[in-house]
Design a protein around this ligand. Structure first.
Ligand SMILES: C[S@@+](CC[C@H](N)C(=O)[O-])C[C@H]1O[C@@H](n2cnc3c(N)ncnc32)[C@H](O)[C@@H]1O
Length: 249
């Protein structure tokens, strides 16, 4: 309720950068032909009745109580919905990032959507659970996607091993806890630039995530933020007036 009362639509966004993002991406109603491929990927997972053994990493699950899980159930509980896949596709299509980092692959629904949005992007996606990673790999191959590099590692190990590179787009969707989220952001800062877009998933998932979001949007290097309730966007664009937006998708 509070979110809805504070949020605006495109007409409440006076910054041209934000207005364009909202009208040309957030609220774009075009039925892109790629949506069929997203739906297909989504449906394949929803019908996959195989069971795998998953070792929970990060904040764990609020739903699963056993390590043995059906792929269809993992997809439903911890992966992007079809609507979210379409949204991520549009974001990637709109921003055209050359270099993308995702922390938290799960079964690859978000990475696949980002990859389809910009086939010229090189996408690195990191997943700590080996069994989940194997399924994502299988699905990327089955769906003929070539611009994703899937890395099976703990987020910390991956970030600590990064050397000189810059990401245009970073999507943080795993280990939804306060300290790790703040640490990942801080450690990834040297790998960002003025136009990097950082997106945090599930910013209202828990009190820890709400705190992480509130701290990150006040970070001295962050200039603007957008809170869409599900996602939190962080921007660094120095040329932009500092502002926080709440947008109802
Ligand atoms: C919410 S799911 C990702 C969903 C996916 N991005 C999508 O939209 O379909 C989070 C994933 O992060 C992984 N994860 C959590 N903590 C991790 C860590 N510390 N290192 C590596 N992977 C981690 C989990 O195994 C899980 O598969």
């Amino acid at each position: 309720m509070k979110f809805r009362m504070q949020s605006v639509n495109a007409h409440g966004l006076h910054s041209p950068f934000m207005y364009r993002l909202a009208t040309e991406c957030f609220y774009d109603k075009t039925k892109f032909s790629e949506y069929k491929l997203l739906k297909n990927y989504y449906k394949q997972l929803a019908q996959d009745q195989r069971q795998i053994r998953v070792n929970d990493l990060g904040a764990g699950s609020k739903i699963f109580h056993s390590e043995n899980r059906k792929i269809a159930d993992i997809s439903k509980v911890s992966g992007s919905s079809l609507k979210e896949m379409k949204f991520l596709f549009r974001l990637s299509r709109y921003f055209q990032p050359k270099s993308v980092l995702e922390l938290g692959t799960s079964l690859g629904k978000s990475a696949f959507s980002l990859a389809l949005g910009n086939p010229n992007a090189s996408i690195i996606t990191v997943e700590g659970s080996k069994s989940v990673c194997n399924i994502a790999k299988e699905y990327f191959e089955k769906n003929h996607i070539k611009n994703i590099e899937l890395i099976n590692a703990d987020f910390d190990d991956f970030i600590n091993g990064l050397t000189s590179r810059k990401f245009d787009f970073i999507y943080l969707d795993g280990n939804h806890r306060l300290k790790p989220t703040l640490d990942y952001f801080e450690k990834l800062l040297p790998f960002m630039h003025n136009d990097t877009v950082v997106i945090l998933d599930d910013i209202y998932w828990s009190d820890e995530m709400k705190t992480a979001w509130n701290r990150l949007k006040k970070h001295p290097q962050v200039r603007q933020s957008i809170d869409t309730f599900h996602y939190g966007f962080l921007f660094f664009r120095k040329e932009q007036y500092p502002e926080d937006f709440i947008v109802n998708l």
